[in-house]
Design a protein around this ligand. Structure first.
Ligand code: BDR
Ligand code: CA
Length: 327
């Protein structure tokens, strides 16, 4: 089994990613880190614990991570605080960007150790390499790499949900997870680790529809019900979005990162490319800048970036994995 640590800002699509990772027989989830992102870290931690409880997997340790991005909220032009704390994230935005989940409350508690300290210790002491699946802002991993850069040697691979080439959602050229903490993302890009980006270009092609939700509901478990409800709610959110009138479903971004680890062929047209994250606090802050120059002197590839993905494959993977749930 491949040992993995999830880093999440749960978040509706994060919840589906966690479920798939816990159910997939090929993966051993040794820990889950929470981070500020879709909501403040207090809520993303609580949401994560609720998901574990729903699946009866309370033994998986959850470590609360960073409350704020490294630098971005200090930048001129950025809000001094994160938007939803100023009451800006309402209606459709809140639906799309991770409401508080409608999953029952839990008595499960997070660990005392914080996520950054956990990442440093777990990776320093690892007997075999560990794979990271960050599906929120990269703050915890960026901080851990700053504290102990040598942990990169014990990272097998980092499968990131984030970034965008032609598809973006938080500024004209940036995707939410990277936009929240561009500096952390750039630290990860400079770590020398094996990195795959599962960007919006790929996740938007893997939308799930209300028909898919109905099929999932037929599986008849609490887990399947929760996933179906998430898809239905997200579909409503996305169909209200003026620019997406033609869109018949909703992407479940983070779930695709887990599927990509299980079967890399769910990602298509994966480019080996050089990527840096813009941190300049201008219009392009948080852009994943790909060096696709038709020049022999362009920068050497430091990651794989998925331009497309296979919706049919994704859909059937999600359903097949959910069949493994026993509650
Ligand atoms: C990403 O942003 C968050 O809202 C989602 O959970 C996903 O990780 C998509 O841009
Ligand atoms: Ca997320």
């Amino acid at each position: 089994k491949r040992k993995v640590i999830l880093d999440v800002d749960t978040g509706a699509d994060d919840a589906v990613a966690i479920m798939l990772a816990l159910l997939a027989p090929e993966l051993e989830v040794i820990g889950i880190c929470s981070v500020n992102g879709n909501r403040e870290v207090r809520l993303t931690t609580d949401n994560t614990l609720r998901v574990l409880d729903l699946l009866g997997r309370g033994e998986v340790p959850v470590y609360r991570g960073c409350e704020y991005p490294m630098v971005s909220t200090l930048k001129p032009g950025r809000k001094p605080n994160i938007p939803w704390r100023e009451g800006m994230m309402t209606g459709v935005e809140a639906l799309v960007h991770g409401d508080h989940l409608e999953i029952p409350e839990t008595d499960l508690k997070e660990q005392e150790e914080c996520a950054v300290s956990y990442l440093v210790h777990a990776l320093k002491n690892a007997k075999e390499k560990i794979t990271l699946i960050p599906v929120g802002p990269l703050t915890n991993i960026g901080m851990a790499l700053r504290v102990a850069p040598e942990i990169a040697e014990n990272i097998e691979e980092i499968m990131i949900m984030g970034g965008g080439f032609l598809t973006n959602n938080s500024s004209a050229v940036s995707e939410y997870n990277v936009w929240v903490d561009p500096e952390a993302a750039e630290i990860v890009m400079q770590s020398g680790c094996k990195i795959t980006w599962v960007p919006l270009d790929a996740t938007h092609e893997c939308y799930l529809t209300t028909e898919d939700a109905a099929e999932i509901r037929k599986l008849g478990t609490k887990t399947a019900d929760a996933v179906a409800a998430i898809i239905e709610k997200r579909t409503k959110g996305y169909s209200n979005d003026v620019d997406m009138k033609e869109y018949s479903g909703a992407p479940v971004h983070d779930a695709l990162a887990v599927c990509a680890l299980l079967d890399p062929t769910v990602l298509t047209e994966v480019e080996e490319v050089n990527c840096h994250v813009d941190i300049a606090a201008g219009y392009a802050d948080g852009q994943t800048c790909l060096d696709r120059r038709m020049r022999t002197n362009k920068e050497a590839p430091n990651c794989r970036f998925a331009m497309h993905a296979d919706r049919e494959k994704f859909r059937s993977m999600v359903i097949d994995i959910l069949k493994l749930a026993d509650r």
